[in-house]
Ligand binder design. Structure first.
Ligand code: FPP
Ligand code: MG
Ligand code: MG
Length: 321
């Protein structure tokens, strides 16, 4: 349960951030403004800005203007990465709307992602050199994660470990940055900053694992089910099926190794995975990571903020959208 006063403060700050974000997507060109606003207006959970605001509650100055700016920095970076991601994944639907690449074309989507990342960088510069360093590190890790996603694990590296490293880069890095900014700009102690970053690194991986489960399990995620499968992007349930290498899974393994750009094959594969125990195994793994994230909060005092952060980890683990 979230404390009503805390909830009210967070809602008020998120409303300010929402207005700011609409401003940050403006350009002198009407077309660029429209393209840059496309995904912002389509929706989104604003999960990262919420985490910036929530972690800022752990410092003495949760209301610092830098906290609000940092929330926009993180959300704009995230948005930029989605424009690029949908090109790479050839995704047609995002947030229940046409992806930018489907609505416009790949070139517009890529350059609009660059525009949003440039906007995010301009804002980061107003936060000082340390913020620029943190942002650059997050960007590097995002890109490393994204590159590693497309390559096989190195010799001797377990595929599940490789996968978790990919997720730590492509998702954990920016979610940890959200926590870092919230803690830093509200003036939280070094010990609390480190605890919040450790927590958010784990929550970030759990968030992506949940997202990947939804790719298989949900028809209501605002994205096309089976996109990861079709693109050959490994996910935890699939890695668990492969690791078990059960003869009873011969048909599923044949489909996974076959051409999943074929709609009928993809539908059969999704349906076999939905009924497979690997899905429950993956869900249990995510729940265990959420518990681990909560443990990282040990240095925080008991109270409504810690309770809300704990609830946040649980919501991530069991999310259905
Ligand atoms: C979504 O993953 C994608 C990411 C979490 C990160 C993508 C990172 C880049 C494209 C690097 C470039 C970054 C910038 C800032 C320009 P997904 O495809 O598994 O999830 P989905 O189901 O939401 O598509
Ligand atoms: Mg994608
Ligand atoms: Mg992707």
């Amino acid at each position: 349960m979230t404390d009503p006063e805390l909830e009210q403060r967070l809602r008020a700050r998120l409303a300010v951030i929402e207005k700011d974000l609409a401003g940050h997507t403006q350009s002198r060109s009407r077309f660029v403004t429209e393209a840059a606003s496309h995904l912002l207006e389509a929706g989104g959970k604003r999960f990262r800005p919420l985490l910036v605001c929530l972690t800022a509650e752990c410092g003495p100055d949760a209301d610092a203007p830098e906290v609000i700016t940092a929330a926009s920095v993180v959300e704009l970076t995230h948005l930029a990465s989605l424009y690029h991601d949908d090109v790479m994944d050839e995704a047609l639907v995002r947030r229940g709307a046409d992806s930018a690449n489907a609505h416009y074309d790949n070139n517009v989507a890529i350059l609009t992602g660059d525009f949003l990342f440039a906007r995010s960088s301009e804002l980061t510069a107003t936060l000082g050199a340390e913020a620029v360093r943190i942002q650059a590190e997050a960007f590097r890790r995002l890109v490393e994660g994204q590159i590693l996603e497309g390559v096989e694990p190195e010799e001797g590296v377990d595929p599940v470990d490789h996968h978790l490293e990919v997720l730590a880069g492509k998702t954990g890095s920016l979610i940890a940055t959200a926590a870092r900014y919230g803690a830093l700009f509200s003036g939280a102690s070094q010990e609390i900053q480190e605890a919040l970053v450790a927590y958010a690194e784990i929550v970030g991986v759990a968030f992506q694992l949940s997202d990947d489960i939804l790719d298989i399990a949900s028809d209501e995620s605002g994205k096309t089910p089976g996109t990861d499968l079709r693109e050959g992007v490994p996910t935890l349930p699939v890695l668990f099926v492969r690791r078990a290498n059960d003869p009873g899974d011969a048909r599923l393994l044949e489909l996974l190794d076959g051409d999943l750009t074929d709609d009928a094959a993809l539908a059969e594969c999704v349906s076999l995975l939905r009924a497979h125990p690997a899905l429950a195994e993956a869900r249990a793994y995510v729940q265990a990571r959420a518990e681990e994230a909560k443990t990282a909060l040990a240095p925080l005092p008991e109270g409504p903020v810690r309770t809300a952060l704990e609830a946040f980890a649980d919501i991530v683990a069991v999310r259905s959208v």
